[in-house]
Design a protein around this ligand. Structure first.
Ligand code: SF4
Ligand code: SF4
Length: 135
């Protein structure tokens, strides 16, 4: 039995599709939804832990890719190091959930952990290494 923690990003055309149902029924996988964020007009994101044997997991991932779902491995934790942040805002446009945001008047960046889906996209965007991950 293997476990994979991933972020699934799917286009709005797929939002109504029973994707997790198919993963469970057709691929014999256990799907635990850790967090979900749906923008009906745009796209959906699911942070999930999927368990099953390796072959079923590989086939399930292939099924998702064929549908057009993007799959990113999930990191365990994200830490924003306020003392290192220069408030340059380079990370803001890359953050898909608004977990990193800026207060415009003072141009002060902040991090809301509750909104973070741990996709890890901000890590590479930050030139000052003010965001750390642990796997
Ligand atoms: S990991 Fe970074 S980019 Fe991804 S949601 Fe969290 S703060 Fe935003
Ligand atoms: S890119 Fe890094 S330094 Fe710039 S605002 Fe984001 S966290 Fe702060």
């Amino acid at each position: 039995m293997e476990k994979r923690r991933v972020v699934l990003t799917f286009p709005y055309q797929l939002i109504d599709q029973p994707i997790t149902y198919h993963l469970i029924r057709d691929y014999n996988l256990v799907v635990n939804i850790l967090r979900a964020k749906i923008n009906p007009e745009e796209e959906g994101r699911l942070m999930v832990e999927i368990s099953g044997d390796k072959k079923s997991l590989d086939e399930g991932m292939d099924y998702l890719k064929r549908l057009g779902v993007s799959i990113q491995p999930l990191v365990k934790d994200i830490r924003w190091l306020e003392e290192k942040c220069t408030h340059c805002t380079a990370c803001l446009s890359i953050c898909p959930t608004g977990a990193l945001s800026v207060e415009r008047k003072e141009m002060k960046v902040s991090f809301e952990k509750d909104k973070c889906i741990a996709c890890g996209l901000c890590i590479l965007a930050c030139p000052y290494r003010a965001i750390e991950i642990s796997f």
